[in-house]
Ligand binder design. Structure first.
Ligand code: F6R
Length: 343
């Protein structure tokens, strides 16, 4: 186990484009044997291993002909059965909720594919004879999002369920490579957008807003990364839903609102009506909160645009950790919880 130094997280982030490249070289020889008429697809996992499922869900929303659901629980929905394809994803392979859901998928007769570095789940899978995607160890789960997401999409493509994945995955490699030049520690603010955002987020409560079907998962990811890397609270929501509830909650308490830093993630493919909603919402809240910052996506393909936003948030969360003088890499509270639960 390597030492979880603060700098390590920067190395992990820097190498994200290469994760996609490596995944494009992976082979899944068993994939054709899994072709079939599935009625639904489910990805089960937690935290850094589940968000790959959300990316898959969001990416495949307008492309897949069957529903894809992300499950973050010990138990599975009632619809899972022999006509289901289940991805059980756990970076460590030791997450108890995922192990429990995996066992349930097995007993329901679903077709199961496991994505892991090993652990208990790796052992169970070897015994049960399900296909496994073995991803490289030595990272922390949230830094392995390329490895945890891309294989699932490539497998669905290989099964004939999701077209165009290979071509789609090429663009994030190029976009993230060009993006990282302005995000890495050698680059000062203001050219370094992530560093500038971290300065805005410091000493405030970050509220990250995305939009359904475009930037939602990036907003969710920003929130999780600020929590886990900067050890700070953060919240996220999406347009248009937030216009129907959250937006009413910007009147009191005034001191809390004055310390609230809103970040709006924007994408050229946001619905035209959503674009208008964002403008109106800015007008409503801007005099009440500490700041409203917009971050725009880059690239053409859905995945390039989504990941370009995720990448800025990943870096911003690490700069925020630096601002607070905390180590972004270990997550002692999660480790403590897991240890306590194992007692
Ligand atoms: C992310 C992180 C957590 C884990 C989660 C599940 O870096 O530490 O969000 O991803 O606790 O663990 P795994 O991914 O090992 O199943």
């Amino acid at each position: 186990m390597q030492e979880l130094t603060p700098e390590l997280m920067f190395d992990f982030l820097y190498n994200l484009p290469e994760q996609f490249e490596e995944c494009l070289q992976m082979e899944f020889p068993w994939v054709t044997s899994l072709r079939g008429n599935y009625r639904n697809i489910l990805v089960t996992g937690l935290g850094g291993s589940a968000i790959g499922g959300d990316i898959l869900r969001s990416y495949s929303l307008r492309r897949l002909r069957v529903p894809l659901v992300v499950n973050r629980d010990y138990v599975l929905p009632a619809f899972v059965g022999p006509d289901s394809l289940v991805f059980a994803v756990s970076y460590s392979g030791n997450t108890e909720e995922t192990i429990s859901a995996y066992a349930e998928a097995r007993s329901r007769g679903a077709r199961v594919i496991v994505v892991t570095t090993g652990g208990k789940l790796g052992e169970m899978t070897a015994q049960d004879g399900y296909p496994v995607v073995k991803v490289p160890a030595g990272l922390v789960p949230r830094a392995a999002s390329g490895y945890l997401f891309a294989p699932t999409a490539l497998i669905l493509e290989g099964m004939g369920l999701l077209p165009g994945v290979r071509a789609e995955l090429e663009e994030p490699v190029a976009v993230l490579r060009s993006r990282r030049r302005n995000l890495e520690p050698a680059k000062p603010a203001p050219e370094n957008e992530a560093r500038a955002i971290a300065a805005v987020l410091k000493d405030s409560i970050p509220v990250i807003w995305g939009s359904s079907s475009t930037t939602e998962i990036a907003a969710m990811r920003w929130k999780g990364q600020i929590n886990e890397n900067a050890k700070s609270p953060a919240y996220f929501n999406v347009f248009p839903e937030l216009n129907h509830n959250e937006i009413v909650g910007f009147e009191v308490p005034e001191d809390v609102l004055r310390r609230t830093a809103v970040v709006v993630l924007r994408d050229g493919n946001d619905h035209e009506r959503v674009k208008k909603r964002i403008e109106i919402t800015r007008e409503i809240i801007s005099s009440r909160v500490k700041s409203v910052t917009e971050v725009h996506s880059w690239g053409n393909s859905f995945l390039a645009r989504l990941y370009s936003l995720i990448y800025v948030g990943d870096y911003a969360s690490v700069y925020l950790a630096m601002e607070y003088g905390v180590n972004p890499t270990p997550v002692k509270i999660i480790d403590y919880l897991k240890a306590k639960m194992a007692e």
